[in-house]
Design a protein around this ligand. Structure first.
Ligand SMILES: NC(=O)c1ccc[n+]([C@@H]2O[C@H](COP(=O)([O-])OP(=O)(O)OC[C@H]3O[C@@H](n4cnc5c(N)ncnc54)[C@H](OP(=O)(O)O)[C@@H]3O)[C@@H](O)[C@H]2O)c1
Length: 286
């Protein structure tokens, strides 16, 4: 079985490569070998890899920048995804596409189900939703769409690595305590994606680690775990603040816990709490 991963140099693309089962033939590609803003480039890349399965881990993920750059975000998160879906449809390739909790408005008080009504409140969320809709329109229920949230890994730029740098250089930190989600180690998501391929799981599902946290909770946990592992030397004050004290170009959902039951059941997954996963990732940095 040949699998093509797009977005190979991203956090998830990197984790997909190091968790890939030995039995598959893996081609992992990123910009500039493929430019998803260029239809011919997408076509050539898929033609040359001849995959049975395509995992699209590439995306325009700069949430704030997208507010000023809607055209590019839409071309990457929607236009390119429609083109990938059409090529997959014509060649009989199974598509696994990754989406986001940001397709929801965050006004829920209970975990979002896969079938809950989307209502994105940012350009990034809206373009990712249009991408999902294109996959469903072109490939129907045969494709696999997995929404995830708050990803981090030892590779790439993310909240955990930014916090470690700030904790070593700033006298104190102010972190938003109002937005609640689930920090998710991209490694666990990669394992789940390989699981969906092995068990032929299709449709729209959610995957994050288990549990919930605010960004403030997450920062506190990063500090505690990093001190224990000697990744940082000094404990600094971390202060909870409302979102209004840290304005960003893009609005973010206040609550974006995803209900993972359908995928956990389909894959027979034993959920792992986000804090345990955080510890595993931080150990990789020691
Ligand atoms: N990060 C999160 O917190 C989060 C949360 C929820 C959902 N997700 C979704 O999860 C998936 C993986 O996210 P991630 O954090 O692994 O993303 P990431 O680290 O930003 O990686 C995205 C990859 O896409 C590539 N890419 C961008 N523009 C491209 C182009 N024109 N042609 C080809 N490749 C291009 C990037 O390459 P360059 O580096 O060269 O630009 C990068 O390697 C995405 O679908 C994302 O929307 C992420």
């Amino acid at each position: 079985m040949n699998v093509l991963v797009l977005g190979a140099n991203g956090q998830l693309g990197w984790e997909l490569q190091r968790t890939s089962p030995g039995s598959i033939g893996l081609t992992a590609i990123d910009y500039p070998e493929v430019d998803l803003l260029d239809y011919d480039s997408i076509h050539k890349c898929i033609n040359s890899a001849q995959p049975d399965i395509l995992i699209n881990a590439a995306a325009y993920t700069a949430v704030d920048k997208a507010e000023q750059d809607e055209g590019t975000a839409d071309r990457l998160n929607h236009g390119a995804v429609r083109q990938i879906s059409e090529i997959c449809s014509s060649k009989g390739i199974h598509l696994v596409h990754i989406s986001t909790d940001f397709i929801f408005n965050g006004m829920n008080h209970k975990p979002y189900q896969p079938q809950d009504t989307p209502d994105p409140i940012s350009v990034y969320g809206a373009t990712k939703l249009k991408g999902e809709q294109a996959v469903r329109k072109v490939l129907g229920p045969n494709a696999t769409i997995i929404r995830t949230a708050w990803l981090y890994s030892a590779h790439g730029i993310n909240f955990v690595k930014s916090m470690l740098t700030l904790m070593d250089t700033k006298p104190e930190l102010n972190i938003i305590d109002e937005q609640v989600g689930t920090p998710t180690w991209a490694n666990g998501l990669a394992h789940a994606i390989w699981g969906t391929i092995e068990k032929k799981v299709t449709g729209t599902h959610h995957f994050t680690d288990a549990g919930a946290a605010s960004w403030y909770d997450f920062a506190i946990a990063i500090q505690e775990e990093a001190l224990g592992l000697n990744l940082i030397q000094n404990e600094i004050p971390i202060n909870p603040i409302p979102a209004s004290q840290y304005p960003t170009p893009a609005r973010r959902p206040f609550y974006s816990i995803l209900d993972k039951t359908s995928l956990w059941n389909a894959l027979d997954i034993k959920p792992i709490h986000w804090r345990k996963q955080l510890r595993s990732m931080l150990r990789e940095l020691t």
